[in-house]
Design a protein around this ligand. Sequence first.
Ligand SMILES: [Zn+2]
Length: 93
Amino acid sequence: MFRCRDVGQLLYEYVEERLEPPVSQQLEQHLADCPGCLAFINTYKQTMRLSHELRCDDIPQELQQKLRSFIKTKLSSARPSFWDRLRSRLTGT
Ligand SMILES: [Zn+2]
């Protein structure tokens, strides 16, 4: 069973469609039952889309804060390095 912290850890792979189909399906099952994670995924996708269209520096501050506060509250049990990983993916380092 997927938990919110699992979603946090697989988020990047899921959005980039790199997950094995069974894993992806399990994640989507969790999303169907968890509005919080669904909203988070949507916000994340929005961020990723923006990061492709714009330079990273151009991601709205508000969106970054939304992501950060969600990670803090909802995904507090996720690995602390999650945000660092996300940031490094976005900046390509
Ligand atoms: Zn969840």
